[in-house]
Design a protein around this ligand. Structure first.
Ligand code: FAD
Length: 398
C-alpha cells in the first residue's frame, strides 16, 4: 500500500498550487478532485474556476492581500516558461469608484509606496473617459490604473500549469471526489465516491465552497456561500480584436439592484466564440446552507432572471460595444468571517486552505505556498502569521 506524505483534496486553484509546493519540497503527493464536469447533472461538487478569465490586480484592500497578489504574480512568468502553458495576460487593471470617500483609493498612495508598485490615479470621470474611451463613467468617478502584471489570468490554464508541474514532480493526480476523511492508526484515510481508499500522513483540504459538505471534517467552518451570476456577452472576433487592450475592470458602485461590477475583455472560450465577461453582486443573490441547494443552483438555477439587469448595466458602462448574444453562467463565492482565507491545521494531521472571498484566483499561488509551508514546517512562512488566516468555526448546535 502506498502511503502518501500528503493528500490534497480539491484540484482547484488553491489545491493545485499547494500540491506543487509540497512536491517541490520532495513530498510524495496525491491530489484528488473531480475534473470539470461535461454534464453538471452528474457532478456532486462544483468549483469557482470553470471559466476563462479572472481579474488580476496587485494592490489589494490591505497589506496582506497585496502581498499575496504580488507574490503570486511574481511566479507567473516562470510557471508559464516551465510548462509552456499561457495563463497570464498583463493588460492592466482599472479600479473605479463612485464613493465620495473611497477608503481603498485613500490608502492607495501609501500602500503603493510601501510595496514599490506604480499607480496612475484619475480624479474624475472625464479623465477616466479620456484614458479609457471604451468605458463610460459618471463625472464623480475616481480611479486607479495598474499596469502589468495586473490584467487577467485564465483559471483553467493556471490549474493546468500547476498540475503539469505536479506531474513533472511525479505527483499522483486523481479524478475523483472525496466523500470521507478519517483518522486511522496515526494515518489519514481518504475514501472517494468511486469507492477507492488512499492513505497519507497528512491531508490538506482545499475543497473551496464544499469544505463543509460530504464528510471531510467533523466540524463546520464559518463560511458564507453566495450565488454568483456572470453575464457572458458574445462578440465577433473583430470586436474582440478592437477591445484587445481593454484593461480588466473592478468598478465599485452601488445601486438598489447591484453592486461591485467586475469585467474582463472578450476572450476566446472553449466553444471557439469570444465572450466579454461581466459579474457583480445582485440584490437577488442567494446564500446557500446545503449541498443540495448548491447542486440545484449549478444544475438549474435561474441565473437568466438577472440577464436584463446585467445587460443594461453592461451597456451603461460600455455604450459602444457590439454584442451578438447574451448568456448567463452560475458560480459560487466563498466568504469567511475574517475576510481573509482560512489556512492552518485543524488537528495534528488535517489542514485546511479555503475561503477565497471572491478574490483568490489572483493570489492562489501564494495561498498554496503558505498552506504547503505550514504542512512541511508547522509554522507560517515569514512575514505571514497564523493569526492572519485563523479558521473560524460555526457554533455547535445546542
Ligand atoms: C464568477 C466568479 C468570478 C470570480 N472572479 C474572480 C476574479 O476576477 N479574480 C479573483 O482573484 N478571484 C475571482 N473569483 C474567486 C476565485 O475564483 C476563488 O477565490 C478561487 O477559485 C478559490 O479557489 P479554491 O481553490 O478555494 O476553490 P475552487 O477554485 O472552487 O476549487 C475547489 C476545488 O475543490 C474541488 N472539490 C470540492 N469538494 C471536493 C471533494 N469533496 N473532493 C474532491 N474535490 C473537491 C472542486 O471540484 C474544485 O475543483 C471569482 C469567483 C467566481 C465564482
Amino acid at each position: 500500500m502506498i502511503i502518501f506524505d500528503t493528500i490534497v483534496v480539491g484540484k482547484g486553484l488553491m489545491g493545485a498550487a499547494a500540491a506543487k509546493y509540497l512536491g517541490a519540497a520532495g513530498q510524495n503527493i496525491a491530489i484528488i478532485g473531480p475534473d470539470e464536469p461535461d454534464d453538471v447533472n452528474k457532478a456532486t461538487v462544483f468549483s469557482s474556476h470553470y471559466d476563462q478569465g479572472r481579474v488580476q490586480r496587485i494592490i489589494g484592500r490591505d497589506d496582506l492581500w497585496t502581498r499575496l497578489n504580488l507574490e503570486s504574480a511574481s511566479v507567473y512568468g516562470q510557471l508559464q516558461n516551465q510548462t509552456g502553458i499561457e495563463f497570464h495576460y498583463g493588460v492592466g487593471c482599472l479600479y473605479v469608484s463612485l464613493h465620495k470617500d473611497d477608503v481603498y483609493l485613500q490608502q492607495l498612495p501609501a500602500r503603493a509606496e510601501q510595496f514599490q508598485f506604480p499607480i496612475n490615479l484619475f480624479d474624475n470621470g472625464a479623465a477616466l473617459q479620456n484614458a479609457f474611451p471604451d468605458f463610460a463613467f459618471p463625472a464623480k468617478a475616481k480611479g486607479n490604473f495598474e499596469a502589468s502584471p495586473s490584467g487577467h489570468i485564465n483559471p483553467r490554464k493556471l490549474i493546468e500549469a500547476q498540475l503539469a508541474v505536479c506531474k513533472q514532480q511525479q505527483a499522483t493526480v486523481i479524478n475523483d471526489t472525496v466523500v470521507l476523511v478519517e483518522k486511522k492508526n496515526e494515518m489519514v484515510e481518504v475514501l472517494t465516491e468511486t469507492g477507492k481508499k488512499y492513505t497519507a500522513k497528512k491531508v490538506l483540504l482545499c475543497a473551496g465552497a464544499f469544505a463543509n459538505f460530504l464528510q471531510l471534517m467533523e466540524r463546520r467552518l464559518a463560511l458564507r456561500l453566495k450565488s454568483e451570476t456572470v453575464l457572458l456577452a458574445k462578440v465577433s472576433e473583430a470586436e474582440a480584436i478592437r477591445l484587445a487592450e481593454l484593461p480588466a475592470l473592478l468598478y465599485d458602485l452601488k445601486t438598489d439592484e447591484l453592486e461591485d461590477i467586475y469585467l474582463i475583455r472578450p476572450l476566446q472560450y472553449p466553444d471557439g466564440n469570444w465572450y466579454l465577461k461581466m459579474g457583480c453582486n445582485l440584490a437577488t443573490d442567494t446564500i446557500f446552507s446545503s449541498l443540495e441547494a448548491i447542486q440545484h443552483w449549478f444544475r438549474q438555477g435561474n441565473s437568466d432572471r438577472s440577464l436584463k439587469l446585467m445587460k443594461y448595466a453592461l451597456h451603461q458602462l460600455m455604450p459602444a460595444i457590439a454584442v451578438e448574444e447574451y448568456f448567463t453562467k452560475r458560480c459560487i463565492i466563498t466568504y469567511t468571517e475574517t475576510k481573509t482565507q482560512y489556512i492552518g491545521a485543524i488537528d495534528d494531521a488535517v489542514y485546511i486552505a479555503t475561503g477565497g472571498n471572491g478574490y483568490s484566483a489572483m493570489c492562489s499561488d501564494a495561498v498554496g505556498r503558505i498552506a504547503a509551508h505550514v504542512i512541511l514546517y508547522d509554522q507560517f512562512p515569514a512575514p505571514y502569521k497564523a493569526e492572519d488566516f485563523t479558521p473560524v468555526w460555526e457554533a455547535k448546535e445546542p
